[in-house]
Design a protein around this ligand. Structure first.
Ligand code: ADP
Ligand code: ZN
Length: 438
């Protein structure tokens, strides 16, 4: 397995906490002043008596209004701009995982900030100017491709903007150009590894040493799976278009949580129902305020992403808080027979059982009055041809793990290798048919 040295790109990542807090407060006042010309915020400020001066401490953040995806939709397409249209340099959109895409806008300065933030986590994850980076994220309205692209450029590494699709060709390009670094979704990395094997290429023999994965939830079990299949070190990074895109947080060499770029974002972790702060270490919804963005800084944006915060010091020397993996989104949480289940729990359970592959689909139905959960998982080829009692045993083991991890009984279907859908971008592994049935 490759190794990396600990490297910090910018001094602001390691500011003493009191200096960081002072910087955040100054920036909070500044952004409150700047968004006051957005009708949505102007009205909320008037109701609550909010002025920049009334932000006396960082605790005053809690007086500010939340911003939701629905608010963005209600002010479609660009009702949250704080600058005139002619100052815009780029417009992106969310991928529309949960409905109609929403647009986000950047000034030239925002684009510089964005590439700096991506450069930080890339450097934290071992990127050096002498590297060649294969970017297999889609280039388009989706923020992943362009965000990472310009971050890599900032670091000075060579970019191969392969974009998504045609996996065989991608493997050829990785081999021909000797890329040491891979950027894509974790699910696409699995597709690359599998396609390589089909071509008779051992994915471990590819030149890749490091990978930066993001844009979708994945588990620690998935990391181990990809790392052992491809012989590389995989780093997690997180972001969302409404806040800036990738670059909100990313892992350092310790790989024990993603450092939040707190000099530019104020991050809260709240109970999604009561909206009260969760104690550190407990799961809640991340709510993020962009402090320094120019074109469209959102206040207290409700990400719907569930994670935990850790403010304990990190051995890498950065002083910023870390967030855990995203364990799910409030909007992809399934309520099955009254039990809350996140797809990531199913993934964790599946990958604990030997003989299965990381390719699975989750289906929920309600044929009569009771919800039914079916988990389809591809098994290793050697197992499928095996005896019936062994298959039954495997099914039972998977069912038990799901019950342990997610607290719910599932019907497990073992299916042949390569029968489930493969993904080039964000994976869609849940099919909830309940709303669509009578
Ligand atoms: P959409 O909401 O349409 O998917 P984005 O393209 O902006 O729009 O995607 C952002 C979302 O992707 C985040 O809110 C989060 O749910 C998910 N995401 C991004 N990075 C990660 C990550 N490292 N781990 C888990 N989820 C992630
Ligand atoms: Zn660290």
């Amino acid at each position: 397995m490759p190794t990396i040295e600990n490297h910090i790109r910018d001094g602001e990542e390691a500011l003493p906490r009191d200096e960081l807090a002072a910087l955040q407060l100054a920036r909070l006042r500044d952004v409150v002043a700047r968004v006051a010309n957005v009708p949505f915020y102007r009205e909320a400020f008037a109701l609550r008596g909010i002025t920049p001066k009334s932000m006396r401490s960082l605790d005053d953040l809690r007086r500010l209004p939340f911003t939701t995806k629905d608010d963005l939709r209600r002010h479609h397409p660009l009702g949250f701009l704080t600058v005139p249209r002619d100052q815009l340099a780029r417009i992106h959109g969310s991928s529309g995982t949960t409905g109609k895409p929403t647009f986000v806008a950047y000034t030239a300065k925002d684009l510089t900030l964005w590439s700096d933030l991506c450069a930080r986590f890339l450097v934290a994850g071992g990127l050096k100017s002498q590297h060649t980076v294969h970017v297999a994220f889609g280039y388009g309205l989706f923020t992943g491709g362009f965000g990472l692209h310009y971050g890599i450029e900032k670091v000075g590494a060579a970019i191969v903007p392969a974009a998504s699709g045609n996996t065989r060709r991608q493997i050829e390009i990785i081999q021909d150009l000797g890329a040491e670094v891979l950027v894509c979704t974790p699910s696409y990395a699995l597709t690359i590894a599998e396609t390589a094997r089909e071509l008779g290429i051992d994915p471990r023999s590819l030149p890749l040493k490091y990978a930066h994965f993001g844009a979708e939830p994945w588990t620690e079990e998935m990391r181990q799976e990809i790392e052992s299949q491809m012989d590389l070190l995989a780093f997690n990074n997180y972001g969302l278009s409404e806040v800036i895109g990738p670059g909100v947080s990313g892992e350092c060499a310790m790989r024990d949580g993603m450092h939040l770029q707190e000099d530019h974002f104020l991050v809260e972790c709240l109970d999604p129902d009561t909206l009260e702060p969760m104690p550190d270490g407990e799961e809640g919804e991340l709510v993020i305020t962009a402090l320094t963005k120019e074109a469209m800084p959102l206040l207290r944006y409700r990400t719907r992403d569930i994670a935990r915060l850790d403010r304990s010091p990190c051995a890498c020397g950065r002083t910023t808080a870390r967030m855990s993996r995203v364990t799910g989104r409030t909007d992809d949480m399934l309520i099955i027979r009254g039990v809350n289940v996140f797809p990531s729990q199913i993934e964790e359970a599946l990958l604990r059982v030997e003989g299965t592959t990381p390719h699975y689909m989750i289906e929920v139905e309600r044929p009569a009055t009771l919800d039914q959960l079916t988990v389809r998982v591809e098994v290793m080829p050697e197992l499928l041809s095996d005896r019936m009692d062994r298959m039954q045993h495997l099914r039972d083991r998977i069912g038990k793990e799901i019950l342990t991890v997610a607290g719910i009984r599932a019907t497990v279907e073992l299916v042949a290798p390569r029968t489930l859908e493969r993904f080039t971008g964000k994976a869609k592994r849940v099919n909830d048919k309940r709303g669509k049935q009578g």
